[in-house]
Design a binder for this molecule. Sequence first.
Ligand SMILES: [Zn+2]
Ligand SMILES: [Zn+2]
Length: 240
Amino acid sequence: MAVKRVIKAVHVVPMGFANAFLIEGDDGLTLIDAGYPHKEAAVFGAIRGLGRSPDPLKHLITHGHPDHIGSAAAIVRETGARTYMHPLDIPIAESGGPFRPMTPVPGLTGVLCKLFFHPDERVEPVAIDQPLTDGEILPIAGGFEIIPTPGHCAGQVALLWRPGRMLFAGDVCTNMMGLGDPVGFESLEEGRASQRKLARLSFDAAGFGHGAPIARDASTRFRNKYGKNPEDVYQQRSAA
Ligand SMILES: [Zn+2]
Ligand SMILES: [Zn+2]
């Protein structure tokens, strides 16, 4: 599948139902997410589509779910990329499963969870070189702010890429038919708090593990969808 530019230096790599993103930095390429198993050819094709050989892939960041670490081991084997993950998900990536159970969300999206997410699934284990620290600025590709956003997955982080003002939301939410929930949550309450946390940030573009990236005015959409604090709404109602 062809690589598609989202904003300058950021490209989305469609990997079936899941996305990955390639970011061009002065220090080589960074890959966010690594798709289901056996999808590594999509990443290598995308890198070649940028006129490069796979060697410049230097960094890989993701969370510990099979649709995002599935091809990580194969990609690292080919490229030698350094791997980054939140400490809570590292044991899962390094064992290749099993995965923590999630409660499917109601409706069609939750059906996808039942169809495609099996906690007992095993994928090829991948060694993680560097644990991510909440709130750090990871000094790669010009700087990613690491924003802890548990709920869907305890080790989920959102990445705010400062040079391009682009938020990589991972699976905190999706953009399949507008902004919406991921297929499931380990903790719904934490997941909602993480969505509201992203709505308080300022950014222009946004990328998602699932669904279409947004090139501009993305934080307005987040604010409209998640910006209302339920306590504020409650207070307004009781004051009325
Ligand atoms: Zn996930
Ligand atoms: Zn996912």
